[in-house]
Design a protein around this ligand. Sequence first.
Ligand code: THU
Length: 136
Amino acid sequence: MSKTPTDQALFEAAEAIRAKAYAPYSGFNVGAAILADDGKIYAGCNIENAAYPQGNCAEASAIAAMIAGGGKRITRIYVTGPGTAPVTPCGGCRQRIREFADLDIEVISHGVDGEPLIRTLDFLLPYSFGPEYLAK
Ligand code: THU
């Protein structure tokens, strides 16, 4: 599959930060790159912890980078990991993405030895709960 220029840049950002992942327990390095509403790319990797539940997913790290860097909304997100199966965001990260994205954004999930899978957030997290439910 040929990638668009944007997806190529997101892929490269995700792969560059994936090399820095701290995943000594799973050995499963993940990278995530967000194209934000400010036109910038924000990236993050997974960061595990000896107390396992305290680990961070790559998507959570990328969202933290976006917010710290001044981005407000996710317009596209690309996740990379090892293997041939698409590395799709975990359930918790789908909800994290939901906080900062419209339902029609595309999430690209890519096990780098295989083909990328492109699905909308709405497809990955149907009937979801979001910030608008709490709007006053
Ligand atoms: N992981 C992510 O960072 N993002 C995903 O989308 C899937 C899983 C991480 C969590 C953990 O550090 C490792 O991959 C194995 O589950």
